[in-house]
Design a protein around this ligand. Structure first.
Ligand code: HEM
Length: 272
């Protein structure tokens, strides 16, 4: 009996701040909805690649913040500060290694995730906008790799950036202007390094965070696609029909699009 009362008291103590937050923001309900939303029953490992990419990006963000505490973006200090991180700072070698190798992991996962979306046809109606957001994420992800490569300011970094700037400068229409803005002078030097540093640790990650927010909002709003071989998606009727949803149409279930003959078009673009 006493145990029961104690338990109730503990539950009430834990719930109080959550209720307080929920009443004022609706955040608790939002997180609950995100965690317990329904996804198709026949999705598999391929669908974990987006979350894997997100995890890789978060690792880059966290290790990058730690590196920024010790890195010095000036031509005379940059290389030394990186040597200092690797050799003297506690676990500096680990954090730097995670950031350096993690960059490749992030890009590889990004491509795997994009390949999964492409092969499953998950870019089709109504997810075209999310594909477009993804394209911007891909460009920004590769831009992160390019700007980060200069930061150690050793021979490899310098000459790789010379090549990259020449390629950019030869681009159509905006190429020359873009290269001039990024280089910040007639040759790669201290202005280039500080510009690359600012783009690498502020502008690009900020834009990526914002776009990931939009990307995930669209994933939640539209739901994830079943694989193309899904029997439920193809509507063969061999699986039990789904329970009628009480959710507002358009929130978790995209509104049905119709073709010219008034026939419904499924989420994979197939006629229902
Ligand atoms: C920082 C980069 C990215 C992150 C963190 C990310 C994250 C995610 C997550 C968590 C999902 C839901 C689960 C899944 O389908 O794996 C998803 C779905 C999706 N992503 Fe990405 N993504 C990124 C880049 C891209 C790129 C480069 C593209 C394509 C150009 C793309 C297109 C899509 C599409 C169309 C969906 C919906 C898939 C479906 O409904 O089955 N994403 N993304």
């Amino acid at each position: 009996m006493a145990n029961n009362a104690r338990r109730k008291q503990i539950v009430a103590t834990v719930l109080y701040p959550l209720d307080w937050l929920e009443e004022r923001s609706g955040l608790v309900g939002g997180v609950k909805y995100f965690l317990f939303r329904k996804v198709p029953g026949d999705i598999g490992w391929g669908h974990t690649l987006g979350s894997a990419t997100l995890t890789a990006f978060l690792v880059q963000a966290i290790t990058g913040v730690i590196l920024a505490m010790f890195y010095n973006p000036s031509p005379n200090e940059a290389y030394e500060s990186i040597q200092h991180i690797t050799n003297d700072v506690d676990f500096g070698w680990l954090v730097r290694g995670m950031h350096r190798w993690g960059a490749s992991v992030f890009i590889i996962l990004l491509f795997f995730h994009m390949a999964r979306v492409f092969l499953y046809g998950a870019y089709k109606y109504p997810r075209e906008l999310n594909w477009i957001v993804g394209v911007f994420l891909l460009i920004l992800g590769m831009f992160e790799g390019f700007t980060g490569y200069l930061l150690p300011y050793d021979q490899t970094a310098y000459w790789a950036t010379v090549v990259g700037m020449n390629i950019t400068g030869n681009g159509p229409f905006v190429g020359t202007v873009l290269a001039q803005i990024m280089q910040g002078g007639p040759a790669i030097g201290s202005d280039t390094l500080s510009r690359f540093y600012s783009l690498h640790m502020l502008v690009a990650p900020g834009a990526i965070f914002a776009l990931i927010g939009l990307h995930l909002y669209l994933v939640i709003r539209l739901g994830v696609t079943s694989p193309p071989w899904s029997r439920t998606e193809a509507g063969s009727g061999t699986l039990a029909p789904p329970e009628p949803s009480t959710a507002r149409v358009g929130l978790v279930e995209p509104t049905l699009r119709r073709d010219g003959n008034g026939r419904g078009i499924g989420r994979n673009g197939n006629a229902d």
